[in-house]
Design a protein around this ligand. Structure first.
Ligand SMILES: [Zn+2]
Length: 190
């Protein structure tokens, strides 16, 4: 599957793999170890497929939720959860993926542990830097994706036009039409 990367940072896109957290049933993009492997590849953390098992997936989901908790705390200007902080820092201490030069160019190689470390170190970098002031949650009420709003004047509203921007714009259009319809009806009965 093709994973979306609308966040602008691994620390935001990794939590985004549990999509639509504001629905009663969020959508899990990392439903199998293979999906996690695809995410690492598409995120550019590694080029080769990393052999991953169910234990790796469990660890990844724990790390993901810890990263998400820290991001939310940073956005709300609240203290970090100590367990989440300890977990992310533990992974951040591990070695990260290694770039290698090959005839084809730069090749990124990673073990599962190195891939986790890449996400954890990105979390440390993003949350401790000035980019954290650009965090914004998508304006689609169902969508929980947080992104870095680098637009001029901080006007970006959606994680992506498809589906979120389109969906909200379509809903606003329908609401306007309904309101116009009510007005027309009121005009007729007057
Ligand atoms: Zn969205």
């Amino acid at each position: 599957m093709l994973h979306p990367f609308p966040g602008g940072a691994l620390a935001l896109d990794f939590p985004g793999t549990l999509r639509f957290r504001h629905r009663s049933e969020p959508r899990e993009d990392l439903s199998a170890p293979q999906r996690l492997g695809e995410w690492f590849q598409q995120a550019g953390i590694t080029q080769d497929e990393i052999p991953l098992g169910p234990a790796d997936l469990d660890a990844a989901l724990r790390l993901r939720e810890a990263v998400y908790r820290l991001v939310l705390a940073r956005m709300a200007d609240e203290p970090y959860d100590t367990d989440a902080l300890a977990l992310v820092n533990e992974y951040a201490r591990k070695p990260t993926p290694v770039p290698q030069l090959t005839a084809e160019g730069r090749q990124m190689e990673a073990t599962a542990e190195q891939a986790f470390a890449a996400v954890a170190q990105d979390t440390v970098t993003v949350l401790s830097g000035s980019d954290a002031s650009l965090f914004k949650e998508c304006s689609n009420p169902e969508c929980s994706q947080i992104f870095l709003d680098r637009s001029q004047g901080g006007r970006r509203e959606w994680c992506a036009m498809d589906p979120c921007g389109n969906k909200v714009k379509a809903a606003a259009y329908r609401a306007r039409k309904r309101a116009a319809g009510r007005k027309a009806l009121a005009g007729r009965t007057r």
